[in-house]
Write a protein that binds this ligand. Structure first.
Ligand code: HEC
Ligand code: HEC
Length: 160
């Protein structure tokens, strides 16, 4: 798998061993409120307009009621938007892959992004279907430190 990833990392000008580590919202509320049902996703995978839309529609969030108090919602929404894919804080490789493809859209899922498919094209369907994984959105099942924005290869541990 290193063979597909290496050119990507060289393109980013980072050392292959460092791996993808993305900044997370500063508020501890992010992990407690947005990491309770699933991985607390790193904001750098989606554009700011996507986070804005997700945070405005928490009362019907992928079939769930995930509303917050107004002040908490506004705080998290602004912190997510500040670290989004289309800001200067973004990882340049992720931005290059997803940004153009998504220019005219407002995606609500990072697990359907071009970047996600590019990175995971060697993971077979039989693995995605394992009960301990169940969903491509379950990043933390394999990237055990995903809640802190860490996705390095060395920390991947695919459950049986
Ligand atoms: C089935 C386990 C699994 C799940 C679930 C999963 N990944 Fe991965 N991920 C992998 C594997 C395997 C690689 C490829 C590692 C390689 O080629 O070196 C990878 C690579 C990555 C990388 C590149 C890591 C680096 O430092 O180069 C990122 C970023 C990433 N995944 C993000 C995500 C996100 C975001 C999600 C959830 C939306 C997710 N992954 C869900 C298994 C998984
Ligand atoms: C009550 C449970 C619940 C809470 C709380 C919750 N979510 Fe979700 N969220 C879901 C479900 C269910 C999905 C769909 C997961 C799947 O398809 O595997 C989802 C999916 C997502 C996705 C798309 C994942 C992907 O790439 O496919 C994003 C982004 C997201 N949530 C952000 C948030 C944010 C931000 C918060 C905090 C404001 C939050 N969620 C709080 C239940 C929740």
């Amino acid at each position: 798998m290193r063979t597909i990833l290496l050119p990507l990392l060289l393109l980013a000008g980072v050392e292959a061993d460092a791996g993808v580590v993305l900044p997370m919202p500063a508020s501890p509320l992010y992990r407690s409120e947005c990491g309770s049902c699933h991985t607390a996703y790193a904001p750098g995978f989606l554009p700011a307009r996507s986070w804005k839309k997700l945070m405005a529609e928490l009362d019907h969030h992928f079939g769930e009621e995930a509303s917050l108090k107004d002040a908490e919602r506004d705080l998290l929404s602004s912190q997510l938007q500040a670290l989004a894919l289309d800001t200067p804080n973004a990882n340049p490789v992720i931005a290059a892959r997803n940004g153009g493809a998504w220019a005219a859209t407002t995606p609500l899922r990072l697990s359907t992004s071009p970047f996600f498919h590019y990175l995971h094209d060697e993971v077979p369907d039989s693995i995605w279907r394992r009960p301990k994984i169940a969903s491509k959105a379950n990043c933390g099942a394999c990237h055990r430190q995903a809640d802190t924005g860490r996705y390095p290869e060395a920390e991947i541990n695919i459950p049986q």
